[in-house]
Design a protein around this ligand. Structure first.
Ligand code: NAP
Length: 489
């Protein structure tokens, strides 16, 4: 359990706060993981009293929390809730924020330790951080801490990411900056480390000697919903590949760290990200697409260009696929294919290590035998699947592909905590292994920027694909160029 502290939430009226952050705080309280000396301060421009904000928290908790609602947990949490009304350019509001934190220190015993969660558009970071600095809330004094939590996107290219980092690092040392990549808070992602490094079974084949290629997929079955303002101009590569998928690649491909401290993980992740080579031939090794209207899952859905708030001539990609290679001894010659897309046939995030074919098959009837694969399912149905060939019963020696499945739900009775529960508690504990560091963010942009520049230079629009299908033909062609195919999870 963390020591005494207060969490200040900027952007409490936003989607992320309502659906994820406030429910996660309640779930932590319900699990007895919030310290007795805890305070929650909401900061927003609405004209609310403490009680109004408490009601907002209450409603979001009732609707979205993972654990059951308990009056005693709620009563305890309610005592710690405060609200500060103001805009980010309102100097007085930040003076009031400071006074509120001092009051919480005195009444709730929050000990002068403060975490500032910026759940607001990144263009506002500058202003908020300047205001916090002006009133002295970013000062570091012995025995007290001040931390900042920021959400993706961490810039839209390397240059803007560096500018953003300059703003953040002007007020907070790197050790006090917590960049959220919520994928890293997921149990299955952490299980990837257990799978690789707690077992003898997998690591010997985890290299170019046996692996043919790796596919990392994040497919969503939904469109952009009401998020046109955020998504258009950003697209699938910036939204997902730059952060989630390259972090998954780093965990899949890195060497064994000497321990799981933040520093040792950072060293290994950084090494592998630095060894990633962006695509050599952009036309051959990348694909981008945009969903069009179609019948998907029994309903007629709109195409991207028909979505509310999307300009008719938008070139934003809703499907992005790239091939990268890793220039090191373990992975030389093993392509890593990353794809992220909306309006796919199903929602799935997985890492699939596809093995080379057996060097010789002493059977004739192997028509239905695909490549062996180790598939780590991040969501949904978190677990691990092994794909291999087995003899079909009562045939002579017909071989067909089968699966061996481990599911979290089937093996453990505990339900997995939400990623945000884990990440918020780590912020309060000051435990950083699950947060990408600045150098990793910059390394990821170095990989992606050349692809984005190439796409921006094309006179053509992204290739169309019908909603509810696995992407444009160009994506299939990208794999076919090396004689491979995309998995259909
Ligand atoms: N939603 C997600 O699932 C998700 C996932 C990953 C990352 N993120 C990131 O998390 C952050 C928040 O996302 P979100 O989806 O919650 O965004 P959102 O729904 O657009 O909410 C943004 C919040 O910022 C506040 N805000 C905006 N401009 C402001 C200003 N000038 N002064 C004061 N407050 C202002 C809004 O307050 P008002 O209500 O008063 O406008 C609102 O509370 C963003 O950085 C986003 O990129 C979100």
């Amino acid at each position: 359990m963390p020591g005494p502290c207060a969490l200040v939430l900027f952007g409490v009226t936003g989607d992320l706060s309502r659906k994820k952050l406030m429910p996660a705080l309640y779930d932590l309280a319900n699990r007895g993981l919030l310290p007795p000396g805890f305070g929650l301060v909401g900061f927003a421009r609405r004209d609310w009293a403490d009680e109004d904000f408490a009601q907002v928290v209450h409603d979001s908790v009732r609707e979205h929390s993972r654990t059951p609602f308990r009056e005693e947990t709620w009563a305890q949490l309610m005592e710690s809730i405060r609200f500060v009304q103001g805009t980010f350019d309102d100097d007085e509001a930040f003076v009031r924020l400071k006074a509120t934190l001092q009051e919480l220190d005195n009444v709730q015993g929050t000990g002068g330790n403060h975490a500032f969660y910026l759940s607001v558009p990144p263009r506002m970071f500058n202003q908020v951080i300047a205001q916090l600095t002006r009133v002295g809330l970013t000062e570091h004094s012995p025995g007290r801490w001040s931390r900042v939590v920021i959400e993706k996107p961490f810039g839209r290219d390397l240059t803007s990411a560096q500018e953003l980092e300059k703003t953040v690092s002007s007020a907070f040392p790197e050790s006090s900056v917590f960049r959220i990549d919520h994928y890293l808070g997921k149990e299955t992602v952490q299980n990837l480390l257990a799978l690789r490094f707690a077992n003898q079974l997998f690591e010997p084949i985890w290299s170019r000697t046996y692996i043919d290629h790796v596919q990392i997929t994040m497919a969503e079955d939904i469109g952009i919903g009401g998020r046109a303002g955020y998504y258009d101009g950003i697209g699938a590569a910036r939204d997902v590949i730059q952060n989630h998928l390259l972090q998954l690649l780093a965990l899949t491909a890195m060497e064994e760290p000497t321990s799981f401290t933040a520093e040792n993980l950072r060293i290994e992740k950084q090494k592998v990200l630095d060894a990633v080579r962006p695509p050599r031939d952009f036309a051959r090794d990348t694909a981008r697409g945009q969903y069009t209207g179609a019948w998907a899952g029994g309903v007629k859905v709109r195409g991207y260009l028909e979505e509310d708030g999307i300009p008719q001539d938008s070139r934003t990609e809703t499907y992005a696929a790239i091939r990268v290679d890793i220039d090191n001894r373990r992975w030389a010659g093993v392509p890593f294919y990353l794809r992220a897309a909306k309006r796919m046939p199903r929602r799935v995030t997985e890492i699939a290590l596809v093995l080379q074919p057996a060097p010789h098959l002493p059977f004739t009837d192997v028509a239905e035998l695909g490549a062996n694969a180790i598939v780590l399912r991040i969501q949904p149905d978190e677990g691990v699947t092994l794909r291999f060939g087995a003899k079909v019963p009562s045939t002579q020696m017909e071989i067909r592909e089968v699966s061996m499945d481990f599911t979290y739900g089937g093996s453990f009775t505990e339900s997995s905590p939400e990623a945000y529960e884990r990440l918020i508690i780590d912020v309060l504990l000051g435990d950083p292994p699950l947060f990408p560091q600045r150098a990793q963010v910059e390394a990821s942009w170095r990989i992606l920027d050349p692809v984005l520049d190439y796409w921006a230079s094309l006179p053509t629009t992204p290739d169309p694909y019908a909603s509810g299908t696995w992407g444009p033909e160009s994506a299939a062609a990208m794999m076919a160029a090396s004689g491979r195919t995309w998995r259909r999870p």
